[in-house]
Design a protein around this ligand. Structure first.
Ligand code: GLC
Length: 433
C-alpha cells in the first residue's frame, strides 16, 4: 500500500473487503420511477406529500436484507439516511419530515444497522448534502423548484447558513446515535459555474462539518463529495459513479483509495419499469475489474415501498454469492497484480500479497490454452479455483514457440475444453517464493 495516498480515516478494512451494498431507500420507492423524480418532474411539495402520507413498508425485515447481502459476499453496506428529497429514515429531533411521522411510524436505521452488524458487516451512512424540502435551502439551478415563478422572492427568506446548521446537527445525530460508523458518504457538491447556480463547500460549511465527523467517529472513512478536493485530508476515497475506471484511480499522479458505485439497472431508487438490468456475469466483471485496479465495488439496491429487495435484485445477489462462495479468496485482500505479470487477453488479474497467489479471472473461456506472458519460472502450482482441480502448465511447445516471437517469457496453461460450471472461472497460481 505504500505507493497509495494515505487516508486520515481507517481504510485497512475497506481495501481488504472490496465489495459492499449501497441501499437507496426513501419516499421515492413509491412513485418507483427514479429517486430524482421530484426534481425531474418538478413535483411541488404539496403533491410529493402523498408519498409521505402513504409510506408504510410493512414487509421490512432488515434481518432478511442483511442475510441476502452477506450471502452475496458483501462485507459492508451504505444506507441513504436522507436523500435529496430531504426525507429522513431515522427519528431526527431536528425535523418532522421523517419516517416516524409516516404511517410506518418507526425508525428504519437503528434496526438496519443492528441486523447488518449481526451478520458481521461494516456500516456506512450516505447523507445528502442537497435538500429539496428544507425551507432554508436556497433554490439553485438543480433544485426541484428551479423554475418556480417566485424563486427570487422565495429565496429572500431562505438562509443557507441555517440549512448548514441543520445539516451539521443531523450529521451529529447520525454519528452519535448508532454506534460505530465506518464510512460516511456525503452527496454531493456542484459548485456554481458561469452559467449555473450550484453549491459547494461554503454552502455546507464543509471543513467544519468534516472536522466534526472525524472528531465524533475517529477512524471513519469519508468520501470525496464535500468539495474539499484541494484541502489536505479533505477526503479519504474517490467515488467514480456509474463508470468503470480504466486504471487505478490517481490524483496528481498518485494512486488513491477508490470505490466505484454502480446500479443494477440505472436508477438508484426502486424503479419498477426499468428493463436494463445487468446480468450476474456483468456485475461480477465489475467487481473483478475493480479489484484488478486496486478498487472496490459498491453495488446498489433500491428496496420496494413494501420494504423488500425485489426478485430481480435477489437473483443477482444470489448469483454473485454462488460465485463468491468459491472465489472469495480471489477478491478479499486482493489488489492489482505486480506489473511484470501481463494481463492475458479477455482476463483480469488480482493478487494477494500475503499468500503470494495470483488469480487469473477468465472472462471469455479460451480454447484449451491460456498463455501467460511474463509468468515463465514464476509459478509453483496451478489450479481452477472453483473445484481445486489441477491445471498443468509448461513452456510453450517448440512447434508453437517457433512461430511466436513472444514465447520466451510465456507460461502456457492447459485448460479443459469445457468451461467449468461457474460464471467467471478463475485459475489460482501459487507463485514461487
Ligand atoms: C448521485 C445522485 C444520486 C445517487 C448518487 C450515488 O450523485 O444524485 O441520486 O444517490 O449519486 O452515488
Amino acid at each position: 500500500m505504500s505507493d497509495v495516498r494515505a487516508t486520515v480515516g481507517d481504510s485497512s478494512w475497506f481495501v481488504h473487503d472490496r465489495f459492499g451494498l449501497f441501499i437507496h431507500w426513501g419516499l421515492y420507492a413509491l412513485p418507483a420511477r427514479h429517486e430524482w423524480v421530484k426534481q425531474i418532474e418538478q413535483i411541488p411539495d404539496d403533491v410529493y406529500e402523498k408519498y409521505f402520507e402513504h409510506f408504510d413498508p410493512d414487509l421490512y425485515d432488515p434481518a432478511l436484507w442483511a442475510q441476502a447481502t452477506a450471502e452475496a459476499g458483501m462485507k459492508y453496506f451504505v444506507i441513504t439516511t436522507k436523500h435529496h428529497d430531504g426525507f429522513c429514515l431515522w427519528d431526527s429531533a431536528l425535523t418532522d419530515y421523517k419516517v416516524t411521522n409516516t404511517p410506518y411510524g418507526k425508525d428504519l436505521i437503528g434496526p438496519m444497522v443492528e441486523a447488518y452488524r449481526a451478520e458481521g458487516l461494516k456500516v456506512g451512512f450516505y447523507h445528502s448534502l442537497i435538500d429539496w424540502h428544507h425551507p432554508d435551502f436556497v433554490i439553485d439551478d438543480t433544485h426541484a423548484m428551479r423554475n418556480h415563478p417566485d424563486r427570487a422572492t422565495l429565496n429572500e427568506t431562505r438562509d443557507q447558513s441555517k440549512y448548514a446548521a441543520y445539516l451539521h446537527g443531523q450529521t451529529r445525530e447520525l454519528l452519535t446515535q448508532f454506534g460505530d460508523v465506518n464510512a460516511m458518504f456525503f452527496d454531493f457538491s456542484y459548485p456554481s459555474s458561469e452559467n449555473r447556480v450550484g453549491k459547494g463547500h461554503d454552502d455546507w460549511d464543509s471543513e467544519k462539518l468534516l472536522a466534526m465527523v472525524r472528531e465524533l467517529q475517529p477512524g471513519i472513512l469519508v468520501n470525496d463529495r464535500l468539495d474539499l478536493n484541494d484541502v489536505e485530508g479533505g477526503w479519504d476515497y474517490k467515488t467514480p459513479e456509474q463508470f468503470m475506471a480504466r486504471n487505478w484511480v490517481t490524483v496528481n499522479g498518485q494512486k488513491v483509495v477508490w470505490e466505484t458505485c454502480q446500479t443494477f439497472s440505472g436508477s438508484w431508487g426502486y424503479h419498477r419499469d426499468e428493463a436494463s438490468w445487468k446480468s450476474t456475469k456483468q456485475l461480477l466483471t465489475l467487481l473483478i475489474d475493480s479489484v484488478s485496479k486496486g478498487g472496490n465495488l459498491l453495488l446498489n439496491v433500491g428496496p420496494t415501498g413494501r420494504g423488500e429487495f425485489d426478485r430481480r435484485a435477489l437473483d443477482r445477489l444470489s448469483g454473485m454469492g454462488t460465485w463468491m462462495k468459491r472465489h472469495a479468496r480471489a477478491v478479499y485482500g486482493c489488489s492489482q497484480a505486480p506489473e511484470e505479470f501481463r494481463t492475458p487477453r479477455d482476463c483480469r488479474l488480482t493478487y494477494h500479497a500475503e499468500t503470494n497467489r495470483l488469480y487469473v479471472h477468465i472472462l471469455n473461456w479460451p480454447l484449451k490454452q491460456l498463455h501467460l506472458d511474463g509468468f515463465k519460472d514464476r509459478v509453483e502450482y496451478a489450479q481452477l479455483l472453483n473445484d481445486a482441480s489441477e491445471v498443468p502448465f509448461h513452456a510453450l511447445p517448440a512447434h508453437q514457440a517457433s512461430i511466436d516471437p513472444t514465447a520466451a517469457e510465456t507460461l502456457t496453461i492447459d485448460l479443459p475444453v469445457l468451461q467449468p460450471d461457474t460464471e467467471v472461472p478463475v485459475v489460482e497460481l501459487y507463485l514461487k517464493k
